[in-house]
Design a protein around this ligand. Structure first.
Ligand code: SF4
Length: 361
């Protein structure tokens, strides 16, 4: 198969659906790590197509959602430093911090601007040499290399007013944290397709080795998802955990060495604070000493009061796979995309947004 339409072809999907529906063994629960997968599952009604013996839960794969409230507060405080232009990808601007969002700060006069690429932020720094331009670095292994490339570009161009607040997160350590916590029983993981394009299929080898759990790395079309679920069922039924790559048109065994090289040249692995999981060792990226002058956290130390979490919002539980979005008492009542209480309802990759957008009334 070569073209997108083939990955949406109902005639090709039918035998896969029949195979999945025919499963009648012990109950299985799979976690789709990635928010993009949650949206695909909801959009194409895949939850209702699988066997009643197969349960799907969403995981922490939405970088906007997993950004801790304290980090959001820091970003907002940075936006309020006199002279600073704070640049961000669009999703972050509406996420509520303890007291307000970046959008609220912008309405009060902070210079917050949406960019579509971190190179746009570098260009902004070039055009505003007397003002610091801070890029909010939010994303997984997919985004971090592009931000690293921007830092290297700014260095090469001698641009000294470009900074990054690095809130990047790494996916395998978060998966380990969920499994180590033991709150949710899982029989397999649908591995994130875009992230694995960068890190490589081999990075998920720890799942069968250390946890006896299978992983199927999937793309984002309905046939991708069905193939991943079918592969996980087959692996579970066979009792031999393993890693399957059903996204072979994008994912290789060892990923993208150029992207990984840039990421590790600029950043080093360190602990990161995740919404719902707290501080997870070795799950984030901070600046290496050689690039520390681009670190917004060091360049603009700001004092922020302790974070305040929103009463009733269960994003943390949703991100750990402990709760479906529909299990949150606020879902669709006081929390919807027009009035989001938590980030999982704001982000285009948020599980609550997916369940709301594709809900059956
Ligand atoms: Fe938070 Fe809203 Fe999701 Fe509930 S429905 S967990 S309040 S984002």
């Amino acid at each position: 198969m070569k073209y997108i339409r083939e990955f949406r072809n109902p005639h090709l999907a039918k035998p896969l659906i029949e195979r999945i529906q025919a499963y009648a063994g012990p109950a299985l629960r799979f976690m789709e790590f990635c928010g993009g997968h949650t949206h695909a599952i909801m959009r194409y009604g895949i939850r209702s197509l699988v066997s009643p013996m197969v349960d799907l839960v969403s995981g922490p794969g939405c970088p906007v959602c997993v950004s801790a409230t304290a980090d959001l507060d820091r970003a907002i405080a940075l936006a309020e430093v006199p002279g600073v232009i704070l640049t961000t990808f669009g999703d972050m601007i509406r996420v509520p911090g303890s007291r307000e969002s970046l959008q609220d700060a912008k309405a009060r006069g902070a210079d917050v601007r949406i960019v579509y690429s971190s190179l746009d932020a570098v260009q902004m720094a070039r055009e505003n040499p007397d003002r610091p331009v801070v890029m909010l670095g939010v994303g997984f292994e997919t985004t971090a290399p592009t931000i690293a490339a921007s830092v290297m570009h700014a260095e090469k161009e001698g641009i000294d007013n470009f900074f990054v607040l690095s809130l990047h997160k790494l996916t395998p350590p978060a998966t380990r944290a969920i499994l180590d916590a033991g709150e949710v029983h899982l029989d397999g993981i649908i591995g994130p397709g875009h992230v694995t394009t960068i890190i490589g299929e081999a990075e998920w080898g720890f799942l069968p080795r250390d946890y006896g759990l299978s992983c199927a790395v999937s793309g984002f079309e309905p046939l991708d998802m069905l193939q991943a679920i079918a592969a996980l069922i087959q692996l579970a039924a066979g009792g031999q955990p393993g890693v399957r790559n059903v996204y072979g048109r994008s994912v290789t065994m060892h990923g993208n060495p150029v992207a990984l090289g840039m990421m590790h040249r600029v950043f080093q692995v360190e602990a990161a604070d995740w919404r719902g999981m707290g501080v997870v060792p070795d799950s984030g990226l901070g600046f290496r000493d050689e690039y520390a002058r681009f670190d917004a956290a060091q360049a603009f130390p700001v004092d922020i009061p302790p974070p305040v979490e929103h009463t009733g919002c269960r994003c943390g539980d949703v991100l750990r796979g402990v709760l479906l979005p529909t299990g949150c008492p606020l879902f669709g009542k006081v929390c919807d995309p027009a009035h989001p209480v938590g980030p999982c309802m704001v982000s285009a990759e948020g599980a609550c947004a997916a369940y709301y957008q594709y809900r059956e009334d």
